[in-house]
Ligand binder design. Sequence first.
Ligand code: ADP
Length: 270
Amino acid sequence: DSTMRLHVLVARLGTRFVLLLAEDRTEAHRLDEVRRDFVANISHELKTPIASVSLLAEAIEQASDEPDQVRRFAGRLSTEATRLARITSEVIELSRLQARDALRPDALVSIDEVVAEAVDQNRIVAAAKHIDVAVRVAAGAKVYGDRALIIVAVHNLISNAIAYSNDGGRVGVGVRVEDDAVEIAITDQGIGIGPDDLDRVFERFFRVDQARSRNTGGSGLGLSIVKHTVQNHGGDVRVWSRPGRGSTFVIRLPLAEEAPRAADAEGSPD
Ligand code: ADP
Protein backbone atom coordinates (compact mmCIF):
# COMPACT_ATOMS: atom_id res chain seq x y z
CA ASP A 1 0.00 0.00 0.00
CA SER A 2 2.77 2.47 0.94
CA THR A 3 4.78 1.46 -2.14
CA MET A 4 1.70 2.13 -4.23
CA ARG A 5 1.36 5.58 -2.72
CA LEU A 6 5.04 6.20 -3.29
CA HIS A 7 4.71 5.41 -6.99
CA VAL A 8 1.75 7.71 -7.46
CA LEU A 9 3.54 10.52 -5.71
CA VAL A 10 6.70 10.07 -7.75
CA ALA A 11 4.71 10.22 -10.96
CA ARG A 12 2.85 13.36 -9.90
CA LEU A 13 5.56 15.20 -8.06
CA GLY A 14 8.89 14.27 -9.60
CA THR A 15 10.75 16.90 -7.62
CA ARG A 16 9.65 15.44 -4.31
CA PHE A 17 11.30 12.12 -5.13
CA VAL A 18 14.55 12.80 -3.29
CA LEU A 19 12.66 13.89 -0.21
CA LEU A 20 10.59 10.70 -0.15
CA LEU A 21 13.67 8.54 -0.52
CA ALA A 22 15.28 10.35 2.38
CA GLU A 23 12.20 9.70 4.54
CA ASP A 24 12.31 6.05 3.62
CA ARG A 25 15.95 5.89 4.67
CA THR A 26 15.13 7.50 8.02
CA GLU A 27 12.47 4.85 8.67
CA ALA A 28 14.94 2.08 7.76
CA HIS A 29 17.46 3.64 10.10
CA ARG A 30 14.89 3.79 12.92
CA LEU A 31 13.96 0.13 12.45
CA ASP A 32 17.63 -0.74 12.52
CA GLU A 33 18.02 1.04 15.84
CA VAL A 34 14.96 -0.71 17.26
CA ARG A 35 16.47 -4.05 16.26
CA ARG A 36 19.83 -3.22 17.84
CA ASP A 37 18.12 -2.16 21.10
CA PHE A 38 16.14 -5.38 21.12
CA VAL A 39 19.26 -7.54 20.86
CA ALA A 40 21.00 -5.50 23.56
CA ASN A 41 17.97 -5.89 25.85
CA ILE A 42 17.77 -9.63 25.30
CA SER A 43 21.46 -10.11 26.06
CA HIS A 44 21.07 -8.10 29.25
CA GLU A 45 17.94 -10.01 30.32
CA LEU A 46 19.54 -13.40 29.73
CA LYS A 47 22.81 -12.64 31.53
CA THR A 48 21.36 -12.70 35.05
CA PRO A 49 19.53 -16.03 34.91
CA ILE A 50 22.42 -17.65 33.05
CA ALA A 51 24.86 -16.45 35.72
CA SER A 52 22.51 -17.81 38.41
CA VAL A 53 22.31 -21.17 36.69
CA SER A 54 26.09 -21.59 36.61
CA LEU A 55 26.52 -20.40 40.20
CA LEU A 56 23.83 -22.79 41.42
CA ALA A 57 25.33 -25.68 39.49
CA GLU A 58 28.69 -24.95 41.15
CA ALA A 59 27.03 -24.73 44.57
CA ILE A 60 25.37 -28.11 44.02
CA GLU A 61 28.73 -29.69 43.15
CA GLN A 62 30.29 -28.31 46.32
CA ALA A 63 27.35 -29.25 48.56
CA SER A 64 27.15 -32.86 47.38
CA ASP A 65 27.50 -34.16 50.99
CA GLU A 66 24.51 -32.18 52.23
CA PRO A 67 21.29 -33.42 50.67
CA ASP A 68 19.16 -30.58 52.09
CA GLN A 69 21.37 -27.93 50.54
CA VAL A 70 21.49 -29.81 47.25
CA ARG A 71 17.70 -29.97 47.17
CA ARG A 72 17.39 -26.27 47.93
CA PHE A 73 19.87 -25.26 45.21
CA ALA A 74 18.30 -27.67 42.74
CA GLY A 75 14.91 -26.06 43.36
CA ARG A 76 16.30 -22.62 42.62
CA LEU A 77 18.12 -23.95 39.58
CA SER A 78 14.84 -25.27 38.24
CA THR A 79 13.14 -21.90 38.85
CA GLU A 80 15.86 -20.09 36.89
CA ALA A 81 15.66 -22.64 34.08
CA THR A 82 11.88 -22.10 33.82
CA ARG A 83 12.46 -18.36 33.69
CA LEU A 84 15.03 -18.74 30.93
CA ALA A 85 12.67 -20.94 28.95
CA ARG A 86 9.88 -18.40 29.31
CA ILE A 87 12.01 -15.42 28.25
CA THR A 88 13.30 -17.38 25.25
CA SER A 89 9.86 -18.36 24.01
CA GLU A 90 8.51 -14.84 24.51
CA VAL A 91 11.44 -13.34 22.61
CA ILE A 92 10.77 -15.72 19.71
CA GLU A 93 7.06 -14.86 19.76
CA LEU A 94 7.76 -11.13 19.82
CA SER A 95 10.32 -11.17 17.01
CA ARG A 96 7.89 -13.18 14.87
CA LEU A 97 5.21 -10.55 15.49
CA GLN A 98 7.62 -7.71 14.71
CA ALA A 99 8.70 -9.30 11.46
CA ARG A 100 5.13 -8.99 10.18
CA ASP A 101 3.98 -5.55 9.12
CA ALA A 102 0.36 -6.43 9.05
CA LEU A 103 -1.51 -9.63 9.37
CA ARG A 104 -3.23 -11.22 6.42
CA PRO A 105 -6.71 -11.33 7.88
CA ASP A 106 -7.89 -14.67 6.60
CA ALA A 107 -9.81 -16.43 9.35
CA LEU A 108 -13.02 -15.33 11.09
CA VAL A 109 -12.36 -15.45 14.82
CA SER A 110 -15.09 -15.56 17.45
CA ILE A 111 -14.17 -13.23 20.30
CA ASP A 112 -16.45 -15.09 22.73
CA GLU A 113 -14.50 -18.29 22.05
CA VAL A 114 -11.15 -16.53 22.34
CA VAL A 115 -12.13 -15.05 25.71
CA ALA A 116 -13.50 -18.37 27.01
CA GLU A 117 -10.26 -20.12 26.04
CA ALA A 118 -8.00 -17.44 27.56
CA VAL A 119 -10.01 -17.47 30.81
CA ASP A 120 -9.81 -21.26 30.91
CA GLN A 121 -6.02 -21.19 30.55
CA ASN A 122 -5.84 -19.00 33.68
CA ARG A 123 -8.29 -20.97 35.86
CA ILE A 124 -5.72 -22.89 37.88
CA VAL A 125 -3.57 -19.84 38.66
CA ALA A 126 -6.69 -17.85 39.61
CA ALA A 127 -7.95 -20.65 41.86
CA ALA A 128 -4.57 -20.87 43.60
CA LYS A 129 -4.96 -17.19 44.60
CA HIS A 130 -8.71 -17.54 45.32
CA ILE A 131 -9.41 -15.00 42.63
CA ASP A 132 -12.83 -14.95 41.00
CA VAL A 133 -12.73 -14.28 37.25
CA ALA A 134 -16.11 -12.92 36.15
CA VAL A 135 -16.82 -13.01 32.42
CA ARG A 136 -19.38 -10.99 30.48
CA VAL A 137 -19.43 -11.57 26.75
CA ALA A 138 -21.40 -9.98 23.93
CA ALA A 139 -22.51 -12.96 21.93
CA GLY A 140 -21.44 -13.06 18.34
CA ALA A 141 -18.60 -10.55 17.90
CA LYS A 142 -16.19 -11.71 15.19
CA VAL A 143 -12.93 -10.32 13.84
CA TYR A 144 -10.61 -11.34 11.02
CA GLY A 145 -7.24 -12.59 12.15
CA ASP A 146 -5.09 -15.20 13.82
CA ARG A 147 -7.07 -16.99 16.54
CA ALA A 148 -4.04 -18.36 18.42
CA LEU A 149 -2.37 -14.93 18.55
CA ILE A 150 -5.50 -13.19 19.84
CA ILE A 151 -5.84 -15.86 22.54
CA VAL A 152 -2.23 -15.17 23.64
CA ALA A 153 -2.95 -11.42 23.85
CA VAL A 154 -6.09 -11.85 25.98
CA HIS A 155 -4.36 -14.55 28.03
CA ASN A 156 -1.44 -12.20 28.84
CA LEU A 157 -3.80 -9.49 30.11
CA ILE A 158 -5.79 -11.91 32.27
CA SER A 159 -2.64 -13.51 33.64
CA ASN A 160 -1.24 -10.06 34.56
CA ALA A 161 -4.55 -9.08 36.20
CA ILE A 162 -4.25 -12.19 38.37
CA ALA A 163 -0.50 -11.84 39.01
CA TYR A 164 -0.81 -8.21 40.15
CA SER A 165 -3.90 -8.78 42.33
CA ASN A 166 -3.91 -9.75 45.98
CA ASP A 167 -5.26 -13.12 47.07
CA GLY A 168 -9.05 -13.17 47.04
CA GLY A 169 -9.27 -10.30 44.54
CA ARG A 170 -11.69 -9.95 41.65
CA VAL A 171 -10.88 -9.91 37.96
CA GLY A 172 -13.47 -8.95 35.33
CA VAL A 173 -13.40 -9.75 31.64
CA GLY A 174 -15.97 -7.96 29.52
CA VAL A 175 -16.68 -7.92 25.80
CA ARG A 176 -18.80 -5.29 24.10
CA VAL A 177 -19.40 -4.05 20.59
CA GLU A 178 -18.84 -0.34 20.01
CA ASP A 179 -19.53 1.01 16.50
CA ASP A 180 -17.39 -1.04 14.12
CA ALA A 181 -15.08 -2.45 16.79
CA VAL A 182 -15.16 -5.00 19.56
CA GLU A 183 -13.69 -4.10 22.94
CA ILE A 184 -12.28 -6.64 25.35
CA ALA A 185 -11.76 -5.12 28.79
CA ILE A 186 -9.79 -6.81 31.55
CA THR A 187 -10.20 -5.18 34.96
CA ASP A 188 -8.51 -5.93 38.25
CA GLN A 189 -8.53 -4.44 41.74
CA GLY A 190 -4.84 -5.10 42.23
CA ILE A 191 -1.77 -3.02 42.94
CA GLY A 192 -2.25 -0.66 39.98
CA ILE A 193 0.38 1.28 38.03
CA GLY A 194 1.63 4.80 38.77
CA PRO A 195 1.09 7.57 36.17
CA ASP A 196 4.82 7.77 35.35
CA ASP A 197 5.02 4.08 34.50
CA LEU A 198 1.71 3.86 32.67
CA ASP A 199 3.12 5.00 29.31
CA ARG A 200 6.01 2.60 29.57
CA VAL A 201 4.34 -0.71 30.42
CA PHE A 202 4.02 -1.69 26.74
CA GLU A 203 7.77 -1.32 26.18
CA ARG A 204 9.84 -4.46 25.79
CA PHE A 205 11.34 -5.72 29.06
CA PHE A 206 9.76 -2.89 31.06
CA ARG A 207 8.73 -3.81 34.60
CA VAL A 208 7.41 -1.40 37.19
CA ASP A 209 9.20 -3.18 40.01
CA GLN A 210 12.09 -5.28 38.78
CA ALA A 211 12.49 -7.29 41.96
CA ARG A 212 8.83 -8.08 42.47
CA SER A 213 8.23 -8.96 38.83
CA ARG A 214 11.23 -11.24 38.95
CA ASN A 215 9.56 -13.06 41.85
CA THR A 216 6.38 -13.46 39.86
CA GLY A 217 8.44 -14.83 36.97
CA GLY A 218 7.70 -11.82 34.77
CA SER A 219 9.89 -11.03 31.79
CA GLY A 220 8.43 -7.66 30.86
CA LEU A 221 7.53 -8.94 27.39
CA GLY A 222 3.89 -9.91 27.92
CA LEU A 223 2.43 -6.47 27.22
CA SER A 224 4.61 -5.78 24.19
CA ILE A 225 3.37 -9.05 22.72
CA VAL A 226 -0.19 -7.81 23.36
CA LYS A 227 0.56 -4.46 21.72
CA HIS A 228 2.15 -5.95 18.61
CA THR A 229 -0.56 -8.56 18.16
CA VAL A 230 -3.34 -6.02 18.46
CA GLN A 231 -1.62 -3.56 16.12
CA ASN A 232 -1.03 -6.31 13.57
CA HIS A 233 -4.79 -6.82 13.63
CA GLY A 234 -5.48 -3.13 12.98
CA GLY A 235 -6.52 -2.44 16.56
CA ASP A 236 -5.08 -0.87 19.69
CA VAL A 237 -4.69 -1.47 23.40
CA ARG A 238 -5.10 1.11 26.15
CA VAL A 239 -4.74 1.15 29.91
CA TRP A 240 -6.24 3.04 32.82
CA SER A 241 -4.87 2.52 36.29
CA ARG A 242 -4.69 3.91 39.81
CA PRO A 243 -2.03 2.74 42.26
CA GLY A 244 -3.58 0.69 45.03
CA ARG A 245 -6.97 0.60 43.26
CA GLY A 246 -6.46 -1.49 40.16
CA SER A 247 -6.11 -1.42 36.40
CA THR A 248 -8.19 -1.80 33.26
CA PHE A 249 -6.67 -2.85 29.95
CA VAL A 250 -8.84 -2.55 26.85
CA ILE A 251 -8.11 -4.25 23.54
CA ARG A 252 -10.00 -2.79 20.56
CA LEU A 253 -10.22 -4.79 17.33
CA PRO A 254 -12.08 -3.91 14.13
CA LEU A 255 -15.20 -6.06 13.75
CA ALA A 256 -15.37 -8.36 10.75
CA GLU A 257 -17.98 -7.27 8.24
CA GLU A 258 -21.18 -9.32 8.06
CA ALA A 259 -20.16 -12.92 7.45
CA PRO A 260 -21.04 -14.11 3.95
CA ARG A 261 -24.24 -16.21 3.66
CA ALA A 262 -22.31 -19.38 2.87
CA ALA A 263 -20.41 -19.14 6.14
CA ASP A 264 -23.69 -18.60 8.04
CA ALA A 265 -25.23 -21.69 6.52
CA GLU A 266 -22.23 -23.79 7.54
CA GLY A 267 -22.84 -23.14 11.24
CA SER A 268 -26.62 -23.74 11.20
CA PRO A 269 -27.98 -27.23 11.75
CA ASP A 270 -30.11 -28.65 8.97
P1 ADP B 1 5.63 -9.10 33.12
O1 ADP B 1 5.99 -10.40 32.48
O2 ADP B 1 6.72 -8.53 33.98
O3 ADP B 1 4.29 -9.10 33.78
P2 ADP B 1 4.39 -7.38 31.12
O4 ADP B 1 4.94 -6.82 29.86
O5 ADP B 1 3.21 -8.27 31.02
O6 ADP B 1 5.60 -8.10 31.86
O7 ADP B 1 4.06 -6.17 32.08
C1 ADP B 1 5.01 -5.14 32.28
C2 ADP B 1 4.89 -4.55 33.68
O8 ADP B 1 3.67 -3.82 33.80
C3 ADP B 1 4.81 -5.60 34.77
O9 ADP B 1 6.10 -5.99 35.21
C4 ADP B 1 4.04 -4.88 35.87
O10 ADP B 1 4.92 -4.09 36.62
C5 ADP B 1 3.11 -3.96 35.10
N1 ADP B 1 1.74 -4.52 34.95
C6 ADP B 1 1.24 -5.20 33.91
N2 ADP B 1 -0.05 -5.54 34.11
C7 ADP B 1 -0.38 -5.05 35.33
C8 ADP B 1 -1.59 -5.05 36.12
N3 ADP B 1 -2.72 -5.64 35.69
N4 ADP B 1 -1.54 -4.45 37.33
C9 ADP B 1 -0.40 -3.84 37.78
N5 ADP B 1 0.76 -3.80 37.08
C10 ADP B 1 0.78 -4.40 35.88
